[in-house]
Design a protein around this ligand. Structure first.
Ligand code: MG
Length: 616
């Protein structure tokens, strides 16, 4: 399949859009006419610009309110079409996209619509152009693609075909039956693949604001492309995405997301032998913090309270390792490093996650195929050169192969002696909460879904006392790596305070798993933990009626609780250090959630703590 992008999909000037599309690797672009009308050069300049960038201009769009109009509009429309044909010659494109008529004057007559399209297609034939006809989901008389297909059939002209836009089809609840059974591929003038979350709202508003790239939403775009492929379709798949966040983001970042989604679609619809076995992410190998000098003292103190001790020092760099159970936390103070750059831009922060993978070579090949940016790390002689890609925000994602004879710290680090036993029973990383800006939210979840095959859950709303936080979890196939992603539009909500403080998207929360939450909380000391109001425990008693002594211990140690049909969940939070906070959890039986019911209690307490600390 060839790949294209309608210029309306991304932000910026026409030059910026074309450059971003080319850089992301697209073969072609649809020129959205507003982008051309705003442009201060000629159509010929656009053609040259696209040629220089190796982009084909696959269509001019949209041409509105054309078919089945009474006079004088009908004559005016043919005049308008002739002017657009002139423009198409200058642009060097052969395809004109006509979307179904929304005018109050349009006549409800399929034969008349077909006759107009036939006449236009005959004019197009004389200039070697193609007319594509698309059903807009809010078209006045033509809103479904089977009706558009009926009109194209009646129009019966070799230069007239149907344009299929998956958003319009699925927003109207259309099935793929007519496409599968009736439409020959030589009558498909263009295919636009757009996804969207499942929402109930007026369809024009839905289309203009909530479309997203395939794989980022809930529509059956994979089935749609599979159906096309089964018919032998092998032409352009084009993105035409209207999305508020996309149009306020970096054009290149969104163009790369768009390319990534087409690669993902290709993979989802490939027959098995063509598809390389997907390497798995099996665990979090380490988490790296960027600190400088004693700037991280508050963080180190908090980690010490949680029972971590420095157990290893790097052989050649100013990097130390704090361990407990199978948890590895790397503190990087090295100048001239990515960590240092991260520190300068974001302060004390988490600058990298390292994932264990079953097949390092395959994983790196996969990240390359998905247009990830590799990061060149510097390793000393005899040290591991741990490969990395750019992750969420400015952070990195490292990859380490497991099982191996050695762990990364066996090679690059020297163990310290006389460390002493201070552990409080934390065993492994349970989940990592990343807080992202609104414009990063879809990108971040699709990053995990497409590159690593993580399952991305539907979004849920968490009520912060200063606004709503939207959350969705990306989870590895075996569930060992869990990454809740949070965002908010509310200025004072905890997620936004973090974004402001950290100057961008990043890890705000790390949760550790233990097997005895009371022992862990007792060892940490209740005064180090996020205070939980007494009212919470009265409510807990009313809801779950725990044993009185268990409830009393939870209250004294600021431990929260949840229960469902699968099991039970105990958890507590630390206070924040540098905007980051830690959680300790104990999962009983098959409890697989995150205590979401308690999130509002946590956020209210954090807000109270913040206002106290800031003297507000
Ligand atoms: Mg469309």
């Amino acid at each position: 399949m060839k790949t294209a992008l309608a210029t309306v999909t991304i932000s910026g000037s026409l030059q910026e859009k074309l450059r971003a599309a080319a850089q992301a690797g697209f073969d072609g672009v649809e020129i959205f006419e507003n982008d051309l009308t705003q442009f201060d050069g000629s159509a010929r300049d656009v053609r040259l610009m696209a040629e220089d960038l190796g982009l084909e201009i696959i269509a001019l769009q949209p041409f509105r309110d054309f078919e089945a109009m009474p006079e004088p509009w009908r004559s005016q429309n043919f005049y308008r079409a002739q002017r657009k044909f002139e423009l198409m010659h200058e642009l060097g494109t052969r395809r004109l996209l006509i979307c179904s008529n929304v005018s109050p004057h349009v006549i409800d007559d399929r034969d008349r619509a077909a006759a107009d399209l036939h006449e236009l297609a005959e004019l197009a034939r004389q200039q070697d152009f193609i007319i594509g006809y698309e059903a807009l989901a809010w078209g006045r008389h033509v809103a479904d693609y089977d009706v558009a297909w009926d009109i194209v059939k009646r129009g019966d002209h070799p230069n007239l075909g149907i344009i299929l836009d998956s958003f319009h089809m699925f927003a109207r609840g259309n099935t793929l039956d007519v496409l599968r059974d009736e439409i020959p591929i030589d009558k498909i003038a263009l295919v636009q693949v757009a996804d969207a979350p499942r929402l109930q709202m007026e369809v024009l508003h839905y289309s203009r604001h909530f479309r997203c790239f395939p794989g980022q939403g809930d529509l059956p775009v994979v089935e749609f492309v599979q159906c096309l492929k089964d018919k032998g379709f092998d032409d352009y798949l084009s993105h035409e995405i209207f999305n508020d966040e996309f149009r306020s983001s970096s054009p290149l970042e969104k163009a790369v997301d768009g390319m990534r989604s087409l690669i993902w679609l290709e993979e989802q619809t490939s027959v098995a032998p063509e598809q390389p076995a997907q390497p798995e992410i099996t665990d979090v190998e380490f988490i790296e913090f960027a600190v400088e000098g004693d700037s991280g003292d508050e963080l180190v103190q908090l980690l010490q309270n949680l029972g971590f001790r420095e157990t290893h020092k790097h052989r050649s760099k100013n990097v130390s390792l704090m361990r407990q159970g199978d948890i590895n936390l790397v503190l990087n103070r090295e100048p001239l490093s990515q960590a240092h750059e991260h520190y300068q831009a974001h302060g004390v922060s988490i600058c990298a996650l390292a994932f264990a993978t079953t097949d390092l070579g395959a994983m790196l090949a996969r990240t390359e195929r998905y247009r990830s940016t590799r990061f060149a790390n510097q390793a000393g002689p005899g040290e591991l050169n741990i490969p990395a890609i750019r992750g969420i925000g400015d952070s990195l994602v490292y990859f380490v192969e497991r099982p191996g004879k050695f762990r990364f710290f066996d090679i690059d680090f020297v163990p310290l002696t006389d460390v002493g036993e201070t552990a409080v029973g934390l065993q492994r990383i349970d989940h990592i909460g990343q807080t992202v800006s609104n414009t990063d939210f879809l990108s971040a979840s699709f990053f995990y879904k497409s590159l690593f095959g993580f399952e991305v859950e539907a979004s849920t709303d968490l009520p912060d006392i200063y606004g709503l936080v939207v959350s969705r979890v990306a989870k590895s196939r075996d569930g060992r790596v869990r990454i809740p992603l949070n965002m908010t539009a509310a200025r004072e909500a905890s997620a936004q305070r973090f974004i402001h403080k950290a100057k961008g998207s990043g890890v705000q929360q790390i949760a550790f798993a233990c097997e005895d939450i009371f022992a862990a909380a007792g060892a940490v000391g209740a005064d180090k933990l996020l205070p939980i109001p007494q009212n919470y425990y009265r409510d807990l008693d009313a809801r779950f009626a725990p044993e009185p002594d268990v409830l009393a211990r939870m209250r004294s140690l600021n431990i929260l609780y949840d229960r469902n049909d699968d099991g039970e969940f105990f958890h507590f939070y630390t206070r924040e250090a540098h905007g980051v906070f830690f959680e300790v959890v104990q999962r009983i039986k098959d409890y697989d959630r995150y205590g979401e019911a308690n999130a509002h209690i946590r956020m209210a307490s954090q807000a109270r703590q913040y206002r106290r600390d800031e003297g507000l």
